[in-house]
Design a protein around this ligand. Sequence first.
Ligand code: NAG
Ligand code: NAG
Ligand code: NAG
Ligand code: NAG
Length: 432
Amino acid sequence: MACPRKLAAIWLFFQLAVAEKVAQIEQVSIGKFRDGSALERSAQVEALRRAFAQQGMVTLVDTGIEHETIEKTITKSRDFFALPRSRKEHFNGPSGYPPRSFGAITSPRGKHYHLQQEDEEGNILNEWLQMRNTSVHVDWSDPYYASPEGQEFYSSEAKHPEQLEWPAEVPGLQEATAAYYGAMEELSKVMYELFAVALDLHPDFFLKRARRSPIWPVTIAHYPPQKRAPSDDRARIQPHWDRTLFAMITTSDVGDEESGGGLQILVDSATGEGVDGRAKLEGRSVEWQNVVRPPGGYVVNVGEMMSRWSNGRMRHVVHRVRNPVVNHTDPGRVSLMAYVLTDYDTPVECLHCRSDGSEPIYEPTWVGELMNWGSKLPIYNQTKQDMMRQAQGLYLSNGTQTSLGEPTDIKAVEASMSVCEASSSSTMAAVS
Ligand SMILES: *[C@@H]1O[C@H](CO)[C@@H](O)[C@H](O)[C@H]1NC(C)=O
Ligand SMILES: *[C@@H]1O[C@H](CO)[C@@H](O)[C@H](O)[C@H]1NC(C)=O
Ligand SMILES: *[C@@H]1O[C@H](CO)[C@@H](O)[C@H](O)[C@H]1NC(C)=O
Ligand SMILES: *[C@@H]1O[C@H](CO)[C@@H](O)[C@H](O)[C@H]1NC(C)=O
């Protein structure tokens, strides 16, 4: 007969597992936007507008992206991440890159490996393969690319040929990821249009500002299975919000609830609305909720840049990828993330303030300034850059998380979360 204590523990485990909340995320069909009737189209736009205002996030279906394109990228990436660590690190971004914060890729067809996070014993928690393969032609004599500022984002393959070197042990990796990049470039165009109409702008508003070779890579993140629990201050991805315009994410598995290691967003417990990067947290009751992605679908979330442009109409919601339950059996998670941005010289300021008289929440800036932290070019105001970085709630280069959240105090968020997390993890240990 099983011991009552163990049964009680198992019962409690299921209670907790069942009680774990799933975020109410709007599902939007691109098919209905592209090919639907006028009524279907406007219903989808309305759904988008509402979802981005309340949740900062939607799930997207009927994207037209072939299942095979996604699966091949995931399979080939897994083969790459299975290589010995020293081999992967051979593909680190070489020294001599400009000090931008947004991935060490400067070639329109470059790639690099980056170890993002490890535990105290040196086990990898999160590693990245970042790559681009844009179809946009680059004229290297054009000042957009050739100016000192342009050079912070672009340099020719001739200058950094190592970016084009791919591991011979993983045949097909380059082709698979390049095809995936092409699919993301196409999908970004649809999303640019959807965002524009949801903001009552001309449908071409963002497209007209995204004509150059994209500065954004596709980031393929690998979160290996964890044999031991990392310390409390280390997770697959710490709470943060994105700086970019929007992100489009799909992953290797849909049943993240089982491993517990998937994406979560922070919501207001009372209203269920996403907690935005500007929200004052004092006195508010907040909780993490799981984001469940429909099979074959994408998660699309708003970044800080969109929030700045829309003057907060669209929310840049706080999210994280937590650690899985210890000894879970899944083969590790692969996440394909495209963080979309317009050209680096695009001004970013309140779009509606002049017409509706509302007060701008943010100072005007431009894409390069938001994405180019660490640059020493004199055109950048270092004070402003530091302030933006600290408010964003990411790690400092020495591993310390910035917490000077005007406006969001991420440490306060974590402190309020740690109480329930401590209780749920001890229960899981009791079951196993
Ligand atoms: C990568 O980009 C180049 C240049 O645009 C293009 O010719 C090639 O077809 C792309 N590769 C894939 C697999 O799409
Ligand atoms: C996880 O697995 C390892 C190796 O089998 C074992 O030593 C450890 O106790 C397990 N941890 C938990 C919390 O079950
Ligand atoms: C730099 O940015 C800070 C913070 O936004 C601002 O107070 C300061 O006036 C700026 N300095 C210059 C020279 O623009
Ligand atoms: C990292 O830098 C911050 C800010 O300079 C400092 O407060 C902190 O103690 C440093 N942490 C470590 C581990 O060196």
